[in-house]
Design a protein around this ligand. Structure first.
Ligand code: SF4
Length: 317
């Protein structure tokens, strides 16, 4: 390979890394391959090579001292402004979609014009939500409604703010979750924490749970009868939480919640409605560890999610 080619590669790499740093995407950079237990070779704060001055010959590349890259607010960049505009349009369209959904009359075979109007149910206070969730978690801890009860260590109910506007739903507890009794721990959990931080959330700001509450052996996919047996618990959990928006992490979570068999690629493209609540879908952090090239799409998804969450929260405050 000629010296010029090497320099071109180095310059492209520098530009790429600088763009990621400027966008504040530390989590985008700090994960190595999933099977590689060694620390990442690309640390987020590592000095990046500065662009070289073009040279006319094939002279060896001299190492150039790294210039610190000053982080800029993403909105300073025209590309980000473009995304911001797309994001605003997305939020407007979604709010219209929710409004249309609210105005669509519920079809019912038993519709009766003489029936009593439904009673307005007062929303639960944060304290009442916490108490009711704790009672449900206690009830589920001894559940034997499907065969997974015989292989689990403990049930994994959910963690976070009971009054959160945003709920993340993953597929099922894995080995670490089964040991610790908490969803999204281990490497995938750490990546989720980093993703949350990148959009300005701590784990305690939001709520995290999974579609089923017991670990399938050897981390296999949950089976249909297991999902069906556990689904009522998820529905009760969401009814108590009453989030403004839900984000499904991975196809299985979206399939369970939305009752669809569509691909994640298609599910990501639009907002879905579950019990009047908007639902977005994006990649599961474990999938991102195996396929880091999906992190860019995920970054866009979670920024839209944050914008939608903020707009919906502002609507009711
Ligand atoms: S997965 Fe759900 S239904 Fe099955 S045993 Fe666990 S808590 Fe019960």
């Amino acid at each position: 390979m000629s010296g010029d080619s090497l320099k071109r590669i180095a310059r492209d790499l520098h530009t790429y890394l600088t763009q990621q740093q400027e966008a504040g995407m530390e989590w985008y950079l700090d994960e190595g391959p999933v099977d590689d237990p060694s620390p990442s070779t690309v640390a987020p704060t590592a000095p990046v090579p500065a662009p070289e001055v073009p040279v006319a010959t094939d002279a060896p590349i001299e190492p150039v001292p790294a210039e610190p890259v000053a982080p800029k607010p993403p909105a300073d960049k025209p590309k980000d402004l473009e995304f911001q505009m797309a994001c605003d349009a997305f939020v407007r369209e979604t709010i219209n979609q929710i409004e249309q959904h609210r105005q669509t009359p519920v079809e019912s075979d038993q519709a009766d014009i003489f029936s009593e109007p439904e009673e307005t149910v007062e929303p639960l206070t944060p304290e009442a939500k916490a108490t009711t969730l704790a009672a449900l978690a206690e009830q589920i801890s001894s559940c034997e409604d499907c065969k997974l009860h015989s292989t689990r260590n403990q049930t994994v109910f959910g963690v976070g703010n009971p009054d959160a506007g945003l709920v993340f739903i993953g597929e099922a507890p894995g080995r670490n979750e089964d040991e610790q009794g908490e969803p999204f721990v281990g490497r995938a959990g750490k990546l989720l924490t980093d993703i949350l931080k990148a959009i300005g959330f701590e784990r305690d700001d939001i709520y995290i749970c999974t579609t089923i509450k017991s670990r399938p052996p050897k981390n296999r996919d949950p089976e249909r009868d297991e999902v069906q047996a556990c689904e009522p618990y998820l529905k009760q959990q969401l009814a108590i939480l009453e989030p403004k928006v839900i984000c499904c992490l991975g196809r299985h979570a979206a399939m369970t919640l939305l009752g669809t068999r569509d691909s994640l690629g298609n599910l990501r493209k639009k907002v879905h409605i579950y019990e009047g609540i908007p639902v977005m879908a994006t990649y599961h952090p474990a999938a991102l560890l195996r396929n880091p090239h999906w992190k860019r799409d995920t970054w866009e998804d979670v920024r839209k999610l944050r914008a939608l969450h903020d707009a919906l929260l502002a609507e009711t405050s």
